[in-house]
Design a binder for this molecule. Structure first.
Ligand code: ADP
Length: 144
């Protein structure tokens, strides 16, 4: 039923990743789907907000992206999915924007995303899972 499944992964949140594994595996087995794993490296305004110099950090973005992609490659090995069904993506930007953008680009028909249980920090800071549910054009499976 699903041909293109998008799984956004925060490489620093192993517990969230572990939550989605059985769901992603089940859907990958049931469908002839391509599974797209995406990790997003926060963009420069994030680093400048930490006081890091723009000119110094700029060349590092490519390095950060490459490092994130290697980490993603390691993480994806935990999912028992055949290699020919998997595609990895590492981009810079805001996670929710980039998740929605890639969903359009790959014509995703399912997004599988883990979410922290609602708590006060999510309420105050906003949540990637909530934004994806609100704005995605396809079904979204939120695992919590
Ligand atoms: P919540 O939505 O529960 O508040 P987060 O905003 O941390 O928690 O995001 C939950 C999910 O959003 C993660 O499980 C992951 O799928 C996705 N996500 C968050 N940050 C990133 C990132 N940098 N790259 C890719 N996906 C991310």
């Amino acid at each position: 039923m699903y041909n293109s499944i998008l799984v956004p992964i925060d490489v620093s949140e192993d517990s969230l990743t572990n939550m989605v594994i059985p769901f992603v595996q089940a859907h990958a087995v049931l469908n002839t789907a391509k599974v797209h794993f995406l990790t997003v490296v926060p963009s420069l305004p994030y680093y400048s907000s930490l006081g890091l110099a723009y000119s110094v950090e700029m060349p590092k973005m490519k390095e950060f992206q490459d490092a994130a992609k290697s980490k993603l490659d390691e993480i994806v090995k935990k999912f028992k999915i055949s290699a020919d069904k998997i595609q990895l993506h590492a981009v810079a930007g805001s996670p929710k924007d980039q998740i929605l953008k890639l969903a359009d680009m790959i014509d995703a028909d399912l997004i599988i995303i883990a979410s922290h249980k609602p708590d006060i920090s999510t309420y105050l800071l906003g949540s990637n899972a909530a934004a994806v549910v609100r704005h995605a054009k396809c079904p979204v499976l939120v695992v919590r």
